[in-house]
Write a protein that binds this ligand. Structure first.
Ligand SMILES: [Mg+2]
Length: 283
């Protein structure tokens, strides 16, 4: 089997680079000759690797998103393995990866293939979540330097600023033959089940062919924060809508920043579709 190990020197705070030999050895023990390759985000990692059968990605959701989109650009359908080494690792959590780097490597090396769903919004693929509104774009607003120096504090700083500037977002949502017009504080389309490790869609399944859509309606700032906390603590809140669908159309007259897997997403209008079993995973 031709396999590559895609990593960057910063992955897992440098742990991946330090344990490279051990990771390669784990795969060799399972008769997989894996070749490490540093990811250059300005290039397609599959250039010259078009015959790869397994690509093991070390990184968080943003890195997986990058690899999936680059794979699609080339029309490839390579099996992916995930070694969680980002800040939140929500997709890795949704597919059940081990958190420890070496254990995750062993899990892939000795694992088998399964298929999971993938989302596509206006031609761009996403693996975990597409979202907009308050607190949904904190990851993309934190610079890499900030993330490495300050870790979670960077998110708290941006999150706080985000809460202060929270506003109603007028949206029109076409879903399941129904049109919902509302003022939202936040909206999340889950393929996975968590965002920033917050388990917002605990019932979501990654292989059922549908998204779990969560809309938090805007009231006042204080009421909206209360609804958010209430929902996070497991309460049913009248301000939260929970819908399942494989297709969602979204429109908004404002210039709202959107997010896909922690990266900047496309502008409105958004056409979002769930592609059942589109991604091959080895786990
Ligand atoms: Mg699903």
């Amino acid at each position: 089997m031709k396999a590559i190990l895609l990593y960057n020197t910063q992955a897992g705070k440098g742990r991946v680079a330090r344990h490279l030999d051990k990771i390669v050895e784990i795969f060799r023990a399972a008769n997989i000759d894996i070749c490490p390759k540093i990811i250059d985000f300005t290039k397609n990692p599959f250039d010259g690797e078009e015959d790869t059968e397994l690509a093991v990605v070390c990184g968080g959701d943003g890195t997986i998103n990058f690899v999936v989109n680059k794979m699609q650009e080339k029309g490839l359908n390579v099996t992916l393995g995930i070694i969680p080494s980002g800040t939140a690792n929500d997709f890795a959590g949704a597919i059940g990866c081990k958190r420890n780097i070496l254990r995750a490597a062993k899990q892939i090396a000795e694992g088998s293939e399964r298929r999971v769903d993938c989302g596509v919004v206006n031609g761009t693929y996403f693996v975990n979540v597409m979202s907009f509104g308050v607190l949904t774009t904190t990851s993309q607003q934190a610079t890499d330097k900030e993330k490495h120096l300050m870790g979670k504090l960077a998110y708290i700083r941006i999150g706080t600023r985000d809460l202060m500037t929270m506003h109603p977002i007028p949206i029109s949502v076409k879903v399941n033959e129904e049109v919902i017009d509302t003022n939202a504080a936040m909206l999340l389309v889950f393929n996975g089940r968590s965002a920033g490790r917050f388990n917002l869609a605990p019932e979501s399944k990654i292989d059922d062919g549908v998204f779990d859509l969560l809309i938090l309606d805007y009231a006042s700032k204080a009421k909206t924060v209360f609804s958010m906390m209430h929902y996070l603590m497991g309460g049913k809140d009248a301000k939260v809508r929970y819908i399942r669908s494989n297709k969602i159309e979204l429109n908004c007259p404002l210039h709202e920043r959107t997010d896909i897997d922690g990266q900047p997403g496309p502008d409105f209008p958004l056409n979002i579709e769930c592609l059942p079993g589109h991604i091959k995973i080895r786990i």
